[in-house]
Design a protein around this ligand. Structure first.
Ligand code: AQP
Length: 335
């Protein structure tokens, strides 16, 4: 485990755009839980990012509450960490504008996520989807976060965040913003789709069979692993470099059990696909059932969730407000 010195701060978040899945859990949230012991942690519900693609307002509200419940059910402790909707802290959007005035278009043009998401319809893609990484930079540095735990898919955006923080510092001849470090932790830094081992597991994939949701019950988990794309190799463990689906399932197994991929290979390498899928299902159900139950319990206590979020917003606003006063002073705005 990464050992920080005191004074280090974490910011991370997930978009409330649907059910959280195993990729969000193993690539991000599970790591957040461990980091709470050594860092001051702020975990946002990234609703401003969510609206870079169309959202139905009631569904967004519901998903935001569900995502908060999921954070807590996965082990984020609201007594230790701030949990809050990003949109409740106006400083995110305010700083994003200032940073956008220090970000060359060429830097944004290199972002692969925009290219993937906009696809062939680039001209119709909205400005927010394009400038998403500038908002992400603001999310992080408005808290002067030193570390950002993310899955591998966000690495490029984090590098851009460092570049933007550096550009601001240079423009005002200051070292005001620390350059945040990505924390890409664990075995499952990029969990892949169950239907296609070359694409990442994602909330926005049309097929629900591509992912295991944190709300899936034992039957759904069993069905999804059973239907997960397989191949005809006799065992799960051979020739893994050329078998993305087998490698993905083995990585999920290792990560859920908290063991290395090597250890998982030693344990399960000789099994055929169907025997291994049953073992994987058993591990996943045992791991996820308590999380799903806790989520259900939390969602039945809306007052408690509201209190948690209000406390998180107050803490986040306090830190971000102080940063914004100093930023405005550096930039030359009258206050
Ligand atoms: N497949 C994944 N493997 C490991 N980590 C992942 N993360 C997301 N997918 C994986 C990490 O989860 C955090 C939140 O990311 P997000 O809200 O962008 O999640 P998403 O599920 O990818 O959401 P969408 O709406 O479906 O977005 P797109 O379309 O971009 O995939 C981040 O730390 C991320 O690294």
């Amino acid at each position: 485990m990464h050992q920080p010195s005191t004074g280090n701060r974490i910011l991370s978040g997930v978009q409330p755009t649907g059910n959280l899945h195993l990729g969000n859990y193993l690539g991000a949230i599970r790591n957040w839980v461990k980091l709470q012991d050594n860092y001051e942690c702020l975990y946002m519900l990234a609703d401003l990012h969510a609206i870079t693609v169309p959202q139905e307002p009631d569904a967004l509200r519901r998903a935001t509450r569900e995502t908060a419940a999921a954070y807590i059910a996965c082990g984020v402790n609201p007594e230790k960490s701030a949990i809050f909707p990003q949109s409740a802290v106006a400083a995110h959007a305010e700083l994003a504008w200032i940073l956008s005035c220090h970000t060359p278009l060429g830097w944004l043009n290199r972002m692969t996520q925009f290219k993937e998401k906009a696809g062939k319809h680039r001209e119709e893609a909205v400005l927010g989807l394009y400038s998403y990484p500038v908002l992400m930079a603001a999310d992080v540095i408005v808290y002067k976060a030193t570390h950002v735990p993310v899955g591998e898919d966000q690495k490029q955006h984090l590098e851009l965040c460092r570049d933007i923080a550096g550009a601001f510092n240079r423009a005002y001849k200051t070292e005001f913003f620390p350059l945040p470090e990505p924390l890409i932790l664990g075995e499952a830094t990029r969990v892949m789709s169950l239907r296609d081992g070359t694409r990442k597991m994602s909330k926005s994939d049309e097929s629900d069979y591509s992912r295991i949701n944190l709300t899936d019950d034992a039957d759904a988990i069993a069905k999804k692993f059973k239907k997960a794309t397989s191949d005809s190799f006799p065992t799960i463990g051979e020739n893994l470099e050329n078998r993305p689906e087998a490698l993905n399932l083995l990585t999920i197994y290792a990560s859920l059990k908290g063991i290395s991929r090597q250890a998982a290979l030693a344990e399960c390498g000789g099994m055929n696909f169907s025997v291994f899928k049953q073992a994987l299902t058993d591990v996943a159900v045992a791991h996820l059932a308590p999380i799903t139950a806790k989520m259900r319990e939390l969602l039945a206590s809306p007052d408690y969730l509201d209190q948690v979020l209000a406390k998180g917003v107050a803490k986040a606003q306090g830190i971000a407000g102080q940063t914004m006063r100093e930023v405005k002073n550096l930039v030359g705005f009258l206050q």
